[in-house]
Ligand binder design. Sequence first.
Ligand code: HEM
Length: 456
Amino acid sequence: ITLQPLPHPPRWPLVGNLLQIPRSRMAQYFLDVSRDFDGIFEMDFAGVRIPFAFSAALVEELCDETRFRKVIRPPLSLLRDVVGDGLFTAKSDEAPWGKAHRILMPAFSQRAMKGYFNAMADVAGQLCDYWEAHQGDDLLVADDMTRLTLDTISLAGFDYRFNSFDSRDLHPFLGAMVRVLAANMAKLTRLPMLERLRKDPPDYLADIDTMNHLVDEVIRQRRENPTDSNDLLNLMLTAEDPETGERLDDLNIRQQVLTFLVAGHETTSGLLTFTLYLLLRHPHVLAQAYAEVDRVLPGDTVPDYRHLARLDVIERVLKESLRLWPTAPAFMVAPYKDEVIGGKYRIPRNQGISVHLPALHRDPKVWTDPDVFDIDRFLPENEAKIHPHGYKPFGNGERACIGRQFALTEAKLAVAMILQRFALSDPHDYQLDIKETLTLKPDNFYLRVRRRNERD
Ligand code: HEM
């Protein structure tokens, strides 16, 4: 074989591409860059060179778990300050990941989802009541979706109520979390020599304290009021690893609770915000979704778990939304040993490679008219034909998202309950403006609602 160097955009000595990469829109920038390359390009972060892969053919190789595994590198590694060996940031080949994975898997079975349904419906009902009380007002969608998803994971997983809809301000936990994420993301685009001189901002440690304090409170409440439920928190506190017989230690329980509070809400909140945006942009799809809701949940029918299986238009809307805007936009893998991918690119052992999902989900070899929002791509007969590695919004293999069913169940129910009760409008003709933290979300998107009547 003739090996070739990785293609890359023009770069400068020393700084590489660092000065070109816009800090507040990195994922979108890499998507723009991908349009000039065939499946892979390399970025140079002042000497640290990272390949970005995005064709289904290359991603298929990277998803072969006998050759590659998830690695914890920036930006994920920076989060280890906060969530340590929580499931998301634990190293694949170290004991804490396997142990927590085996202990916590039962909390994400299909049966477990049924158990979470009432908590999900409770919080979605609070959102709808809140919106009903604010008919005609401008509603900042991302904030309300964050209230919904944070309250849902904490109520379903930990039986803890944030009561976010009772307050105009978002919970202090969220402010702290957003600042900590932003401080870590900012580190990515700073020159390494300057980075060494910098200290964390003064409120950084205070913010981490705020987050830990809340988590300790969640755990304390449960220890004082034990239940016999099979929720996430009880598994963490009491279950034994079937393989080693060990339990999670106290520090790890804290890291796991924090992991679920963070991983369990940001991405789903973004998904719901993009979904409402896309529905408003595509009135014919919105009409299909209303027709489905009126068929499955006519009038004031109170949704129950069995209705969810019949909401297939909404399910396709969510899948297509995650195709165009996968809210966790990348994951990183590295090879166990020196590898060649695509028959021509040498990837040295342990070299991190980013799988860039917004670009993968637009691979022209897999998707026709990739930039068009088209929910029919996910009709069963079409979905079966999608390249098995062309769509990865929840990551890959054993390190794929443990909360996938949780997110889809929660989002489906929320969209259905919103459409059942409200007519939606976009009075300011919103132009998509994506805010990036570790995740993607439409920024400053406001909508208005009006209670539907019989004639709608
Ligand atoms: C892992 C996406 C919702 C908990 C992941 C990964 C992705 C992802 C791409 C793999 C990351 C990597 O390889 O580095 C999403 C998206 C969501 C969502 C797009 C919503 C639309 C949730 C929810 C929960 C959750 C609701 C919890 C209830 C986790 C955890 C991991 C994970 C714990 C780490 C799993 C492991 O490595 O063992 N997610 N996620 N996620 N997600 Fe999600």
